[in-house]
Design a protein around this ligand. Sequence first.
Ligand SMILES: Cc1ncc(COP(=O)(O)O)c(C=O)c1O
Length: 399
Amino acid sequence: MSITPLMPVYPRCDVRPVEGDGCHLITEDGRRLLDFASGIAVNSLGHSHPALIEAIQSQAAKLMHVSNMYGSPQGERLAQMIVDTTFADTVFFTNSGAEAVECAIKTARAYHQREGGDPNRTEIITFSMAFHGRTMATISASNQDKMHKGFLPLLPGFKYVEFDDLEAARAAVGPHTAGFLVEPIQGEGGIRPASQEFLTGLRDICDEQDLMLVLDEVQCGVGRTGKLYAHELYGVQPDILATAKGIAGGFPLGACLATEKGARGMGFGSHGSTYGGNPLAMAAGEAVWKIISDEAFLADVTAKGERLRGALEQFIGNHSDLFELVRGKGLMLGLKMKVESRPFYEHLRDHHDLMTVAAADNTIRVLPPLVIEDAHIDEFMQKLSAGAADYVVPEAVAA
Ligand SMILES: Cc1ncc(COP(=O)(O)O)c(C=O)c1O
């Protein structure tokens, strides 16, 4: 038998972490790497944060799981905290980002299929380079052939339009349109923020035509941009929003947030999840939300984001052969390269003990824990500079 016990769907690298220490990872063979990947924007509080450990340990000793058939004081508490601090009036808890997006898609369709709505409005308009997850609905919502290959047929009901092209979005709306699903800042797509005009324009179209604006903030949400959610930077409110990743700092948790109007179709029996919102996940989520929703914490993320961005801007000026620009918001930053980015990401990982994340559009994603300090930024810039200084662009991938 040649197949590995772990289904071989990930091209795993040789870094094999066994321990986390704040903003560093320690591997099986004793390497200590600076973690500016954060499990792809998940470890919002870094590794081994005492408040998160304490919350999980004490809840695990008390009650880990009960069915959603029962009342949930833990779920009510976290949902109330989220409602109090965001646009949302109601929350459905999931175990992952894709499930949160699935719930958001169902909620948008149910809005139109409720009694008195227009049941023909089933189609969701999505955008080029989007990433919404790996379930059948979420790969169908993305226009990327590489994610579709081998899994056809896709689910119907999605129409793809160029990202950040408002006129194309407007032109795509028809009698079957239920709404738009969009990442305010594309993550996997290469840290590409939507323009102000685009997001405001989508909101206007939704208001004019009674459509749902669904935001996928799985990667850009939960404090990553210096706001609890990235849409706050734009002053544009969604009807429905999917969140996950950093929301419980590494414990599997996601959520679909909605306004009362947006959730109009979601009545008893319309949706569910065995694990979603169980007491253990709620304890982890509550510990993280308490820290991240604090205004001073968010202001600190903004300040650190500005410092890191400033350093990166200066750095790329010294390496104009390799780097084109810096983009993103807060601590969700992307370094767009003039050469293929993956080999440089591997070079940083293999030769400079620095973890970043490669993304589409030849971008290196810089996603540190939100709790980084100035010393971590200094260490990062040192490693990055050393990496750029001794990097030899592989022949085959030179631009
Ligand atoms: C924007 C976005 N949406 C959805 C997902 C899917 O989340 P998960 O992998 O938790 O299912 C991701 C994961 O990277 C994401 O970045």
